[in-house]
Design a protein around this ligand. Structure first.
Ligand code: XUL
Length: 566
């Protein structure tokens, strides 16, 4: 099926070949491309084994000159990555899968990727992906398929003007938030596409396909342009969350001719094609190996934590960015200034708040005071909850929630820069209180919170989360819930197609076994220091409102806190 542009449609899915994989040979591969690394995780849902391999962009692909996975830029609002680096990373991890001797047993694969980043492909892309030569590496053959050399990623916040334009163009209808689940958001695909169209209309014109990073990597696996899933698709400001299709008014507000450059949207996990002939010949996957639609790292984490369908337990990911998220079966349509609705693997939804000043900010404070993580944790525990009303607004990078472009650390309530322990406590309290404050629209406060990603190993940070939220907190000790989510999504979708009984919660519990840490709980007195009347959250909110220019000097709010709690 040749398309007019010379590209090809995704291959027909063909008869499901579950019988090619006897039980002992049903392994599933999750590929998770985060900001800083690419992880391959192989799970076996029958013997419950799990093996993993990771490559880190800065160390393993030094020729791209990245720091934290992104080339350095003088403009703090810009974050662009060469997509061929991701392709080379895929080549490296799949070479590991081949070496592991397990490729032939892999029945299904799915991708998880950092959300929002866009990859712009020319009209050679479809054909080239289909005709790859197995004797050559992926990145050696794909450098000619891009119509834009650098892909904007989620850390880019340079599209304020385009967000305003899109919002205005859509204000006569129900509005962009009601339609797409998010305000026009700097890092989302629509404003990024609009900016590209405005700055380089010719290159935009030469773009035949716009992919998200998750659909781009899936395209590499099936050898054709892959669909976009609703989990990642709702992070574009382009999909109508009520219908699950592209929104005509959002497309129109974004850039001309956009509909023809976008693939179909799939709103629940589905097989999208077999591994391409190239993948079979070069890396040893079997002809029956099926690819499950790729998604964003957050919808994937939701699956990897076993929370698809679970509304009482919420999750916090302490990664490059920190996120607070949870499953919702019904759309929440409260008026709100922050947060997003994305799709979930079962066709339901999830809410998410993203905080850009996550682990990199904690690391910077740790380094500024010459500490290691043990020292950081000691300081964090040494200071009493509430930090005597000393408060920090730690915007070392432009912040997403709330939107702050003017970077820097602001200190209130007598917090002195030369006091390491007070600053360590202040940065962590600020991060967690911001999560609590800005998630007031997400329904009932949770009884339990699961913590994932790099920071989840730090029990001192987990304790602050328990104190601020007043919830039981458990660390999820399989670092990499997004990678596990990718593997588990591949398994659940494939096994269901094979007629086997399975669901996310059971499979994740079985695979992770004892990987959930003992619960950490705070005392009610500790939580009252934050949530009580005139508590630290109220004082923090006053500092934030003052800084954002819509509140009085927070001195009085801090004094009220001190009178009651310090
Ligand atoms: C979510 C977001 C980040 C990225 C990178 O909206 O921007 O969590 O997905 O992890």
């Amino acid at each position: 099926m040749q398309k007019a542009d010379g590209g090809r449609r995704p291959p027909a899915i063909g008869p499901f070949q579950g019988e090619d994989y006897p039980m002992s040979d049903q392994k599933f591969l999750g590929l998770d491309l985060s900001t800083q690394s690419l992880t391959a995780l192989i799970i076996d849902p029958h013997d419950l084994s799990l093996i993993k391999h990771q490559i880190t962009f800065d160390q393993d692909l030094p020729h791209y000159g990245t720091k934290g996975g992104v080339p350095q830029s003088d403009d703090p609002t810009s974050a662009l990555v060469n997509p061929i680096m991701w392709v080379e990373a895929v080549e490296m991890v799949l070479a590991w899968v081949k070496q592991s001797g397990l490729a032939g047993s892999i029945a299904g694969i799915s991708v998880s990727a950092q959300q929002h980043g866009t990859v712009f492909l020319n009209n050679e892309a479809g054909k080239t992906l289909h005709m790859l030569s197995p004797s050559k590496a992926l990145h050696e053959q794909l450098s000619g398929i891009f119509s834009r050399r650098m892909s904007p990623i989620w850390m880019d916040s340079s599209t304020g003007a385009e967000c305003a334009e899109i919002t205005k163009a859509m204000e006569t209808g129900p509005g962009i938030m009601h339609l797409t689940g998010s305000h026009a958001t700097e890092r989302f695909a629509a404003p990024q596409i609009r900016k590209f169209w405005k700055e380089d209309p010719q290159a935009y014109e030469a773009t035949a396909h716009i992919a998200l990073i998750s659909s781009f990597l899936t395209s590499l696996l099936i050898g054709a342009i892959a669909p976009i899933d609703g989990g990642d698709g709702l992070g574009m400001n382009l999909v109508n969350m009520h219908s699950g299709n592209w929104s005509a008014s959002a497309l129109k507000a974004t850039a001309p001719g956009l509909a023809s450059k976008l693939p179909p949207v799939i709103t629940r996990d589905k097989l999208v094609g077999p591994a391409s002939v190239y993948m079979q010949k070069r890396f040893g996957f079997g002809p029956g190996c099926q690819i499950v639609v790729g998604t964003g790292d957050n919808p994937s984490s939701l699956a990897g934590l076993g929370l698809v369908g679970e509304e009482k337990i919420r999750a916090i990911s302490l990664g490059t960015s920190d996120t607070y998220f949870g499953y919702i079966s019904q759309l929440l349509d409260q008026k709100r200034n922050h947060g997003h609705i994305f799709g979930a693997a079962d066709g339901g939804f999830m809410f998410l708040l993203c905080f850009k000043n996550g682990s990199l900010t904690r690391e910077k404070i740790r380094d500024d005071y010459g500490l290691d993580w043990a020292g950081f944790s000691d300081h964090l525990t040494a200071v009493r909850p509430g930090n005597q009303g000393r408060i920090m607004l730690p915007y070392l990078w432009p912040e997403i929630t709330p939107l702050v472009l003017d970077t820097g650390i602001r200190r209130y309530g007598g917090l002195k820069a030369d006091d390491p322990a007070a600053n360590v406590r202040a940065v962590v309290e600020a991060q967690i209180m911001s999560m609590y404050l800005h998630s007031d629209w997400t329904g009932k406060r949770p009884d339990e919170i699961l913590i994932t990603a790099g920071g989840s190993g730090n029990r001192a940070i987990l304790r602050v989360i328990a104190q601020v939220f007043g919830a039981r907190v458990r660390a999820y000790e399989v670092t990499g819930s997004a990678a596990l989510g990718a593997a588990v999504r591949a398994a659940v979708c494939w096994m269901k197609a094979d007629g086997q009984k399975t669901d996310f919660g059971t499979l994740v519990r079985d695979i992770t076994g004892t990987a959930m840490s003992e619960a950490i709980e705070a005392t009610p007195e500790e939580t009252r220091i934050y949530q009580g009347e005139n508590g630290l959250i109220a004082a923090y909110a006053a500092c934030e409102a003052h800084f954002l220019g819509h509140g009085p000097d927070p001195g009085e709010a801090i004094a009220r806190f001190r009178r009651k709690y310090a």
